[in-house]
Ligand binder design. Structure first.
Ligand SMILES: [Zn+2]
Length: 369
């Protein structure tokens, strides 16, 4: 695999990401780092939900695995995230370090994510919380109030029959694409999500906010006919318990909405659920298909390129790959355009005979003060 060889030739990838031993023979395709055999053994013991390890000599690398390694950009890029805030008294293990020393460091680095910038930590451990001098990150109040007023103008439908119908078509965690399956930076919340979520609710801890998401519902194409000759489509957009609706476009199978909705995205990020309905005056609205946006590729790309946006101008920083699970019509590019992180998506609607839905996302990460 040429791409893999090219990556391995990068100077930073010729040393183990964790202990700097030369010529790493293994890769964590979930984290995106190249590691030595000794560190590989620790990664393997962490479990595949944190680190999925494969030999670099193995012929059977999937395109997706290579894509992830490329998207992360190598050991230096990964360490610039995973070791961004490494305390001065913590030293990386040497190539000859004991297994205990190695294990301690690697667990703190990837499992506890102790050395990440505080606002990126997926699991806020009590240790880092109590010792951290920085306040929990909070949204810029003025930005929030602006966005709130936008939301308040929409009629919000929460927990009605619609959202429960939507849930039935929900893709089970784990069957998303490779990014969310394997990328532990973005999805440790999902893989370890059950415990972290329940602990946060039981301790009534304020949910950490990762950023603001703007969802623009652009248009539908070739939607199904639900009435006699046409349909009166609108889109319901849900994140967590919040649900908003676009306006109804009467008798149109190729409706254009161009409506914007804002959501505050907590940690771990949940999927954005979309459902197109045919507005019906006399009976319940009929479903015209569903789609679900996995936010992990977008958030991961933003985290990986944090602080590099100004230099970029306009640049592709990541991709959400089209797979049979996510019903993307084509790979969805994540780009930075004039400092704004954007992702355009075209879905083939699920649970329906036909129809496409086009939307775009904008991501505003919350930076530590
Ligand atoms: Zn190593």
């Amino acid at each position: 695999m040429d791409k893999l060889k090219k990556l391995l030739q990068q100077p930073d990838n010729r040393l183990c990401a964790d202990c700097r031993a030369p010529y790493p023979k293994w890769a964590s395709t979930s984290i995106g780092v190249f590691i030595c055999t000794k560190c590989y053994e620790v990664h393997r013991d962490l479990g595949a939900h944190i680190s999925t390890v494969v030999s670099v000599n193995l012929e059977e690398w999937s395109d997706e695995q290579v894509e992830v390694m490329e998207a992360v950009g190598g050991n230096a890029a990964a360490n610039s995230v995973y070791e961004k805030c490494i305390p001065s008294d913590v030293r990386k293990p040497s190539p000859n370090a004991s297994i205990d020393e190695r294990t301690d460091f690697i667990r703190r680095k990837y499992e506890d994510q102790e050395f990440l910038k505080p606002n990126l930590r997926m699991k806020a451990t009590s240790r880092t919380r109590s010792s951290s001098s920085t306040e929990p990150t909070s949204l810029n109040p003025s930005a929030l109030s602006n966005r709130d007023s936008v939301n308040n103008n929409r009629d919000s439908v929460t927990s009605n029959s619609r959202s429960s119908r939507l849930n039935q078509g929900e893709t089970p965690p784990g069957s998303f694409n490779n990014y969310s399956n394997s990328s532990s930076l973005a999805s440790s919340g999902r893989s370890g999500g059950v415990s972290s979520r329940s602990s946060s609710s039981s301790s009534a801890r304020k949910e950490e906010s990762l950023g603001m998401l703007k969802v623009t519902i652009i248009r539908g194409r070739s939607l199904v006919v639900r009435d006699l000759l046409s349909s009166d489509p609108y889109v319901s957009v849900s994140y967590g318990t919040q649900t908003f609706k676009t306006g109804v476009v009467n008798r149109n199978l190729n409706p254009v909405w161009k409506e914007e909705f804002y959501f505050s995205v907590g940690n771990p990020p949940q999927p954005v659920k979309l459902e197109v309905f045919d507005h019906d005056v006399f009976s319940a609205d009929d479903s015209m298909g569903t789609a679900e946006v996995d936010l992990n590729p977008l958030i991961l790309a933003a985290q990986m390129h944090q602080g590099m946006f100004e230099a970029f101008g306009s640049e592709k920083i990541g991709r959400w790959l089209a797979t049979s699970d996510n019903s993307l019509i084509e790979d969805s590019n994540i780009e930075v355009i004039d400092g704004v992180i954007k992702q355009d998506i075209i879905f083939k609607l699920k649970n329906v005979e036909r129809g496409e839905l086009e939307l775009s996302l904008e991501w505003v990460p919350i930076h530590a003060p």
